[in-house]
Design a protein around this ligand. Structure first.
Ligand code: FES
Length: 150
């Protein structure tokens, strides 16, 4: 099996059985993201305690790459601090820009091939830009001293 086939299998597996699918009962922040080009949507919930992501949940309506990517992102950031999560978003974007694998990204590494298909880059990044917006909203709310709704 080639590496490309292996990656294809990882993507399909996350699409068919997304990890952390479902909204949280008591999120610290809820963030909506969409891809206006195709109408795909994502609702992301994070429960954050002491600056660390304790729970993550999402509902996604979209193509296989956008749903798989949300599942991979959710698995990767669970248990991380907000700063670590932001660092992973930057690494993921760099991987898609440069087309170079990054072992720090876990299963999300399987999306490296999207680099060659510019129209799909937006599909792959939707979950990650939504996460970025959620952490930004939380940081802004912390600055104001209250919880955030996105
Ligand atoms: Fe809409 Fe992929 S086609 S996110």
């Amino acid at each position: 099996m080639s590496l490309e086939d292996l990656y294809q299998d990882v993507i399909l597996e996350h699409y068919r059985s997304p990890r952390h699918k479902g909204r949280l009962a008591r999120p610290t922040v809820s963030q909506r993201g969409d891809n206006p080009l195709c109408g795909d949507e994502l609702e992301l919930d994070l429960a954050v305690e002491d600056g660390r992501i304790r729970q993550v949940g999402f509902e996604a309506r979209g193509c296989s790459i956008s749903v798989a990517s949300a599942s991979m992102m959710a698995s990767l950031v669970l248990g991380r601090t907000l700063g670590e999560a932001e660092g992973l978003v930057a690494r993921f974007k760099a991987m898609l820009r440069e087309g170079r694998e990054d072992p720090e990204l876990g299963d999300a590494q399987a999306l490296v091939g999207v680099h060659r298909f510019p129209v799909r880059v937006k599909c792959a990044t939707l979950a990650w830009t939504t996460l970025e917006a959620a952490t930004a909203a939380l940081e802004e709310a912390a600055g104001r001293g209250g919880p955030a709704e996105g």
